[in-house]
Design a protein around this ligand. Sequence first.
Ligand code: A3P
Length: 303
Amino acid sequence: PKVKGLRGNDYYLYQGFWYSSFFLEGLMSVHEHFNPQSTDIFVASCPKTGTTWLKALTFAILTRSRLSGSTTSSLLTKMPHDCVPFLEYHLARNPSNRDLAIPLLSTHVPYSCLPKSIISSSCKIIYICRDAKDAFVSLWCFVSAHQMSKNVEPLPLEEAFEMFCNGISILGPYWDHVLGYWRASLEFPEKILFLTYEEIKKDTAAHVKKLAEFMGCSFTLEEEEEGEVQEIISMCSFEKLSNLEVNKNGKHRLDTSIAIQNSLYFRKGEIGDWANHLTPEMGARLDDIMERKLKGSGLKLPR
Ligand code: A3P
C-alpha cells in the first residue's frame, strides 16, 4: 500500500513500516551489499528523536584526545551527520564511505528490518527515542521548513497529526519503531543500549560516561579529573553546535539530489515544546495512544 506522505511524496508500507521510495531503495541496497564489521557501533533512532545530538556525543567520545591523539575535533568543522554516516543514505549509495576512521555509523531502519548480518554480528547499537508529542512536532517543523525552503506548501499540522496517530509517518508507526528496539534491548542488553532524549538531558554527564562504557572506552580517572566529560558535553551542546558556522550555513547531502540545510537539524532542543503547537486534547490523545501501544512492554516513555 502507498499513501501521500508528509513530504508530499508517496510513502510505502514495507514489513509494517512506512518508507519514502528514496529510503526504501537505500534499505534494499543495504540488504544486498552491506557487511558489518564486528566492531561497528550504530546510533539508531526514529527521525527527530535526538539523532544529531547522540551522533555528536558518541563521535566526541570515540575521538577524544586520549584515543585519537588529536586535540581538535572534526565536530567543529563538520556537521554531525557528516561525521557519522547513515547506513541507508550514505553507505548504501556510496560504499567507499565504509572506509571510516572510526567504526561509528547510524541508521533509522526499524529493528525488525535490519539486515540479519547486523543482528547476528557482535556490533553494538545505541538507540534513542523521545516523547511522541515532541517527536511529532519536531518532525512536522523539520519537514515543513524543508518544504518551504523549496517553495512547496507543507501539510497542515492537523492532517499530519491525524496521520501520525494512525501510525503513518516516516519510519512509523512511531510506537512500533520504539518497541522493536526496546524488546531487543531487553533480550540483548550487552548489544543494545536503549536511551531517551529526556534522560540524557536530565543527567548528561552520567550518560556520557554510560555511553563510553558501553562503547568499550570508559573515561580514565585522569580524564575525569581533567574535565574531559564536561568538555564533551559543552562541545555537543545545542548552543555550541547550532552556532557553529558549518551548522548555521552549511548543507548536508543525503544524495546528489537531496541536500538539507544543516540549521534545520537544530531547532529548539527542548523538552515539552509540543505544547506550543498541539492543543491539550491532541496531546492527551497521543499520550493515550502511546500508553495503549506500550502496555505490557515494561517501557514507560517520559512525557
Ligand atoms: P526539536 O525540533 O524539538 O528542537 P534528530 O537529530 O533526530 O533529527 O532530532 C532533532 C531534534 O534534536 C530537534 O529537536 C533538535 O533541535 C534537537 N537537537 C539537535 N541537536 C541537539 C543538541 N546538541 N542537544 C539537544 N537537542 C538537540
